[in-house]
Design a protein around this ligand. Structure first.
Ligand SMILES: *Cc1c(COP(=O)(O)O)cnc(C)c1O
Length: 412
């Protein structure tokens, strides 16, 4: 039986307990949605305020050189690289995952002449599937065909007709982790190149992109990396592919000499060609600062606490006998569980709305999933205790059945 004194002891012994003060979070808010929008760090708040007041405000266009705005996609990319096991010169920070997938899928197909199949999973994040469908339409079926299979079937479905494998490392709904090393190796045996979507992995768990021989990857700046709403995404291209590869959104920022204003496009060397248009500086400044918070800890330390938080959440659900009413989607095995726990219930949407009303923010995912995300930098053990206690009260009093919790918002 876990009680409040156990919870207090866990918080007191937590080596990351002081990190929360570095975030602008209301004291009484239990925020278990850092997997959707990471919290605002004070460092990001200060640096963005400074970039607005002093850089944009006072130095204006001079800031591109003076404050190195022009280098931010690269320098922020290197900070992300350090968190995902990538050596230098392979990661850049730009655009959204969707746009970066368009670049990588089309460019990847270009490396795989004679092959046209993109293999992905039917439970992949919708934008990944939509972008592949758009490319299928653009190139026509003799050059590109998207094939969707069950997540558990991926390795069996890899054969020499496949050009690219497009998979999410952590499933956004179930939180299930796929085996990056094993899947990448299986793909390579058949000559298949792999694009990993790290939206729910980067900043959440240790990654070893180089060591797993990953070809390409994309990831998100606004989830676990705390870059802020709409923060730019990142993309990774392994060194060994950089010379041959050409991406289709050949904008001036990916030109070898943008300020020559030549009429002819020449791709910049290395990862640099993957930039397209002018970078969103304020968002990059915010993400840059948010990444500096990671310098005071390690992914191993964050992962350890994340597993303790998600483990505690599941233990408390069980202690309050909630796992009869709810079905657990998350894996109980540590090495298969991302930094979230999803449970399902036919009334999950309404339950989620009542929780938010009680100061416990989680999110709902169609059709019936209630997702709790754990951000070990600012979530405490008492947060988990409060969340499950609120959930238990709501279920006991059937508060979610009130009609006012049934109407859907535009963003869920
Ligand atoms: C959040 C998320 C995205 C978001 O893509 P954007 O184009 O950056 O909005 C993509 N893939 C996965 C797996 C996600 O969880």
């Amino acid at each position: 039986m876990i009680d409040i004194s156990d919870i207090k002891a866990l918080d007191a012994a937590d080596p990351l307990r002081n990190f929360r003060q570095g975030f602008e979070l209301p004291d009484d808010l239990v925020y278990l949605d850092g997997n959707s929008l990471g919290a605002l760090s004070r460092l990001a708040q200060q640096r963005v305020a400074d970039a607005i007041a002093n850089q944009w405000g006072q130095d204006l266009v001079k800031s591109w050189n003076m404050h190195h705005w022009i280098d931010l996609p690269q320098s922020v990319g290197e900070k992300i690289a350090a968190l995902i096991g990538a050596g230098i010169g392979q990661v850049t920070c730009c655009d959204s995952i969707s746009v970066n997938l368009f670049k990588l899928i089309t460019a990847g197909l270009g490396l795989q002449s004679g092959r046209r199949v993109i293999l992905s999973t039917s439970d992949n994040f919708p934008t990944d599937i939509y972008i592949a469908q758009g490319i299928e339409k653009l190139l026509s079926s003799d050059r590109c065909e998207l094939k969707l299979v069950e997540e558990s079937e991926i390795i069996n479905q890899i054969d020499s007709s496949v050009a690219l494998l497009l998979v999410s490392h952590v499933n956004f709904r179930t939180g299930e982790i796929l085996d990056m090393r094993k899947i990448t190796a299986s793909a390579h045996k058949q000559g298949v190149l792999v694009i990993w979507d790290l939206a729910h992995s980067a900043g959440a768990l240790p990654l070893e992109l180089d060591s797993c021989q990953v070809d390409f990857a994309v990831g998100c700046g606004y989830k676990y990396l705390n870059g802020g709403p709409g923060a730019p995404a990142f993309l990774y291209v392994a060194n060994r592919h950089q010379e041959q590869i050409r991406q289709p959104i050949s904008g001036w920022m990916g030109h070898s000499d943008p300020f020559a204003f030549s009429t002819r496009y020449t791709a910049a060397p290395g990862i640099h060609q993957f930039l397209s248009g002018t970078p969103p500086i304020l968002s990059l400044v915010s993400l840059d600062a948010a990444l500096d918070v990671f310098a005071n800890t390690s992914m191993a330390q964050l992962r350890k606490k994340s597993l303790q938080l998600s483990g505690l959440y599941m233990d408390l659900l069980r202690q309050y006998s909630l796992l009869g009413e709810f079905t657990l989607l998350a894996s109980e095995e540590d090495d298969r569980r991302g930094s979230q726990v999803a449970i399902t219930h036919p009334q999950a949407y309404a339950i989620c709305q009542v929780l938010i009303d009680r100061g416990v923010v989680m999110d709902f995912r169609e059709p019936d999933t209630l997702r709790a995300g754990f951000a070990p930098m600012y979530n405490s053990y008492i947060d988990i205790w409060r969340a499950v206690n609120e959930l238990q009260k709501i279920m006991k009093n059937e508060e979610h059945l009130d009609p006012r919790w049934q109407a859907r918002n535009k963003v869920t």
